[in-house]
Ligand binder design. Structure first.
Ligand code: SF4
Ligand code: SF4
Length: 166
């Protein structure tokens, strides 16, 4: 994990906790197949960097042997392609695909400081501090309006018999 990812992940987790507002995954898959052709794998909370960790992962999760290491990205993390990816960019083992694929894009990717491809049909939607402040101020305005309205109604109301007798 790079320092930038580490910092980004920490900041995202901190912000979500403080605001009580977890990230949401929105959008839908465009079936472009990009995320199956150039893969970073998060294993035990760390992006795979060493071949021996990769071998340990396959020993533990034999279904992951479909992922073939093809190099490293500029940050030094191992990159993989998938043997189950068909030439038409569709998964040839869709029903048996691993949880990594079933859950993609997972919130843990976001909280680990990861990003989605710009052309992905999904995106992460997280409330910012600025939006939270605006939400609170707007909420207060709404509350004030409701209160004023109720007070005005109360002032306009004729006292009922029961009110005057008590
Ligand atoms: S198993 Fe299927 S969904 Fe998962 S990376 Fe491979 S081709 Fe894509
Ligand atoms: S990159 Fe995004 S849109 Fe493309 S196949 Fe993967 S999840 Fe779907």
């Amino acid at each position: 994990m790079t320092s930038l990812q580490l910092f980004t992940g920490l900041f995202r987790r901190f912000r979500a906790k403080v605001l009580g507002s977890p990230v949401r995954v929105v959008g839908q898959c465009r079936m472009c197949g990009s995320c199956c052709a150039d893969i970073l794998i998060l294993y035990k909370g760390k992006w795979l960097r060493r071949k021996r960790d990769c071998e340990a992962m396959v020993r533990e999760l034999p279904g992951y042997s479909r992922f073939e290491c093809v190099g490293r990205n500029p940050d030094g993390f191992l990159t993989f392609t998938c043997r189950s990816l068909g030439e038409d960019k569709f998964c040839t083992s869709y029903e048996e695909r691993p949880s990594l694929c079933r859950n993609y894009p997972s919130k843990s990717l976001y909280y680990q400081g990861g990003w989605l491809r710009p052309d992905c049909g999904y995106s992460f939607r997280a409330e910012t501090f600025r939006q939270a402040i605006r939400r609170l101020l707007t909420g207060r305005d709404d509350f004030s309006k409701v209160l004023e309205e109720q007070l005005r109604k109360g002032g306009d109301k004729e006292p009922s018999k029961k009110d005057t007798e008590s």
